[in-house]
Design a protein around this ligand. Structure first.
Ligand code: CIR
Length: 255
């Protein structure tokens, strides 16, 4: 059960966000509307949403998921691997907000790098992707901190995706959406795996929030599979965020 969510309104320079996609630049005004709709969908799930002000100097700063790992015992402020994003984790309103919700605030230190889009929570266990953004040192620090609070972690080397949760989504009740390189990974064989077709790979980035699942617009096969599992589905258009490799999970911290 999540009680709280933190989001940040997109930067007016969102069109300058880092991207590997070849889909054009996000349109700022459209991104703002899509972000409002995202907040509305989250509100329907019963969570309390804290909306942080835009940080125009940081084009990717609406992707708040990457700057902190929120657990039920502590929050760990990350050290993003992308140079242009590193300062996002130290933005004062984010740090103050996290301190408001948590007594136990930890952080990843140099030379460790972590972006929490690489971390998938399954109960008290955390899968940590080793990626271009999250290094071994960062993962080691993360696991050490988790263990201090009675939680556990393990690493998952990534081959193709940007972040671990680009290709995986845990929907609670043992249900796991899997795409691409994760389909045959023995680490995930114990889950009820719902395989996502390559032509809808982006749709693997869904989020479970209190028995609702938010699904990106335009992925009918993913939507159907999730409805078949009995979840209430909320469809949210993320076309502008997709243009800079962002999805539903990236846009919030949920705890
Ligand atoms: C980036 O490349 O960092 C952003 N343009 C997208 C971040 C997406 N975040 C996520 O998957 N957690």
């Amino acid at each position: 059960m999540f009680k709280n969510v933190i989001v940040r309104i997109p930067s007016k320079h969102i069109s300058e966000g880092i991207t590997s996609a070849n889909e054009g630049k996000p349109i700022y005004e459209k991104a703002l509307v899509q972000h409002e709709n995202y907040v509305s969908a989250l509100t329907k799930t019963g969570v309390n949403v804290t909306v942080l002000k835009p940080e125009d100097d940081f084009p990717d700063s609406c992707f708040v998921e990457d700057v902190a790992l929120c657990t039920r015992k502590c929050v760990i402020i990350t050290r993003p691997g992308a140079q242009s994003r590193r300062q996002e984790a130290a933005l004062p309103d984010m740090v103050t907000t996290l301190h408001k919700f948590y007594d136990n605030v930890e952080s990843i230190k140099e030379p460790g790098t972590v972006e929490a889009g690489d971390i998938m929570m399954v109960g008290d266990h955390f899968y940590i992707g080793l990626s271009a953004r999250t290094n071994q040192e960062g993962a080691n620090q993360m696991i050490e901190i988790l263990e201090k609070y009675g939680l556990t972690g393990e690493t998952v080397p990534l081959k193709e995706v940007l972040h671990l949760k680009t290709g995986l989504a845990y929907l609670e009740n043992n249900n796991l959406l899997v795409s691409g390189e994760f389909k045959n990974d023995p680490r995930f064989s114990k889950f009820n795996k719902i395989e996502i077709d390559p032509d809808e790979a982006y749709g693997a980035n869904c989020i479970w929030v209190n028995d609702y699942v938010l699904v990106p617009a335009g992925y009918p096969k993913v939507q159907q599979k999730i409805e078949n599992l009995g979840y209430k589905v909320l469809v949210v258009d993320t076309s502008e965020f997709r243009k800079i490799d962002g999805g539903l999970s990236c846009l919030s911290l949920r705890f």
